[in-house]
Design a protein around this ligand. Structure first.
Ligand code: FAD
Length: 512
């Protein structure tokens, strides 16, 4: 049986789910093929950042986030004596209009994303369907599917995205080379539901004790996560048992009387990415394309960013509004950022994974001196994306544009919900669309472009001065934001709106 669809997504983890929703919301026909008959029930990721929250907002689940998450204002690192080595956090909203850090339980988030995806009329989610072969021709790809009931079938799609996780079949099929930084450490992950609610201060922290490097964080509302590093000379079997989990939890007041153990599992964290994210009609996203140690809480975040970058590009290509070379910018933009995030996660890991007391003492002395001098460290901004569909030479291009709270008419809320999203022109001076000649305005409208005059007292009232500050600090009069919230380009005066839209049109025609 053949089922022609716009996009077949292989794998229904959080990345496949987000991509399915973002494409389905654009009216694209999507078939998701997931080999497991049921969702993975145990926690993995526990942290996402403000940009990911904004992407989830775009995926239609923003209203659920306060219920699903616990904001984490501080991430503190302490040594064995309890002295502070590092304090990350400024205790507020991130640039994207959501808390800098949100703690959550991955199965809870996946449940909400699943409900959203299943509610979209053009998205079909098929569980118990393992993709076992792929064959491309000039108009599409045939996916051979082995069903859990023993039957085989064929699904036909114009594009395929492998969101099939760390052991990706699609990646192996493409034969993509992998860059592996060779950073391996084993950690025992223990998820606990304490019987009594308690305030944890700080909510998230690292115990940099060479006797047992330990991570102690929220696992979302009502849950806690401990991560214990395997020490030199300790065997995997020694560490990975329920008895060991309880023994290591006991000093933290967690016993079978005070908590239930949701699970324990030993993970070997890796640091690697694929060099080729696209081959013909096949693309990779999420863990299929990159894996990193969890110390920055960025693995799933990077995958959700992949989905946000890819969805609008696939939509434009499917709609005939851009050539398929636009999809090459997906890889060039994403891999450059992923490399930096992996490197940062390793840097954190190198500081944390120290089991030698002398090395730890030297580290502590250097870090304590720095923290006294510098005070709390603001969360590191996500690095800019790499070269791609951006205005060359504009230092703001490729960075995120903020989302603030606004009022328009009777509606008050986050900009994207009140005004809209997609390609967005924003100016603090006037409505930038008023500076577009009819032909350019028609092109912008064909993309579903949004235009807004945002300022205190303007038709879109800038409630907390978020936009006024950004425009003033950057000396900008107009910005063109992409559907994934990155700046395409800026101009010092509002009349530059026409140049920006003209450059977008040329870039899409040529797809740089
Ligand atoms: C202990 C731990 C802590 C972590 N903490 C964080 C954190 O705090 N923040 C963060 O951002 N990330 C974190 N991560 C990483 C995060 O969990 C992953 O990056 C994320 O789950 C990857 O999502 P994915 O959708 O790419 O892949 P997955 O969730 O692995 O989903 C892939 C899916 O593809 C399916 N599949 C595979 N092959 C096939 C096939 N041939 N046909 C059909 N289906 C197939 C699989 O069954 C699976 O359901 C953590 C990970 C671990 C293990």
């Amino acid at each position: 049986m053949t089922e022609p669809c716009d996009v077949a997504i292989v794998g229904y983890g959080p990345v496949g789910q987000t991509l399915a929703i973002l494409l389905g919301q654009r009216g694209r026909s999507v078939v998701v093929l997931e080999k497991q008959p049921a969702a993975y029930p145990l926690p993995r990721a526990v942290h996402f950042d403000d940009e990911v929250a904004r992407i989830l907002q775009a995926a239609g689940v923003g209203a659920e986030l306060p219920r699903l998450t616990e904001p984490a204002l501080v991430y503190e690192w302490r040594n064995a004596a309890g002295e502070t080595l590092l304090r990350i956090g400024r205790g507020g909203m991130g640039l994207s209009g959501w808390p800098d850090s949100s703690m959550f339980s991955q199965p809870d988030l996946e449940r909400v994303l699943d409900a959203r995806a299943q509610a979209l009329p053009t998205v079909r989610v098929r569980r118990g369907c393992e993709v076992v072969d792929l064959r491309s021709d000039s108009t599409g790809i045939e996916l051979a599917v082995a069903r859990a009931d023993g039957h085989r079938e064929t699904v036909r799609a114009r594009w395929v995205v492998g969101c099939d996780g760390a052991n990706s079949f699609v990646r192996r099929h493409l034969g993509s080379a992998v860059t592996d930084l060779g950073f391996f450490f084993d950690w025992l992950i223990v998820d606990v539901v304490p019987r009594e609610r308690r305030v944890w201060t700080p909510i998230n922290w690292q115990l940099c004790d060479p006797a047992r490097p330990t991570t102690v964080v929220s696992g979302g509302p009502g849950r806690r996560r401990w991560e214990f590093m395997r020490l030199p000379g300790e065997s995997v079997a020694d560490l990975n048992s329920e008895a060991t989990a309880w023994r290591l939890l006991a000093p933290w007041g967690m016993t079978p009387d005070t908590a239930s153990l949701e699970r324990h599992a030993l993970y070997t964290f890796q640091a690697r990415w694929v060099d080729q994210w696209r081959k013909g009609r096949c693309l990779l996203a999420g863990d299929a394309a990159h894996q990193m140690p969890p110390f920055a809480g960025q693995g799933m975040c990077a995958g959700v960013r992949d989905a946000a970058n890819l969805a609008w590009k696939l939509d434009l290509v499917l709609g005939g509004l851009a050539p398929d070379t636009l999809l090459d910018t997906y890889a060039s933009e994403r891999v450059a950022q992923v490399r930096q995030v992996v490197a940062f996660s390793i840097e954190l890991g190198r500081v944390i994974c120290v089991a030698d007391p002398a090395e730890a003492a030297a580290r502590d002395a250097a870090m304590m001196a720095a923290v006294k001098e510098r005070g709390p460290t603001p969360p590191l901004p996500t690095p800019a994306i790499g070269p791609g569909l951006l205005v060359d030479g504009d230092p703001l291009a490729g960075h995120l544009f903020p989302q603030g709270e606004v009022r328009r008419g009777a509606a008050t809320g986050r900009f994207d919900d009140v005004v809209g999203r997609g390609f967005t022109l924003v100016s603090p001076v006037a409505d930038p669309a008023s500076r577009l000649a009819p032909e350019l305005a028609a092109f912008f409208a064909s993309l579903g472009g949004v235009s807004a005059h945002v300022a205190p007292g303007a038709p879109v009232h800038d409630l907390h001065g978020t936009y006024a500050r950004w425009f003033a600090e950057n000396g900008v009069g107009v910005v063109l934001q992409r559907p994934d919230f990155h700046v395409f380009g800026t101009a010092p005066a509002i009349d530059g709106a026409a140049t920006l839209v003209g450059r977008l049109r040329s870039a899409l025609e040529g797809s740089t």
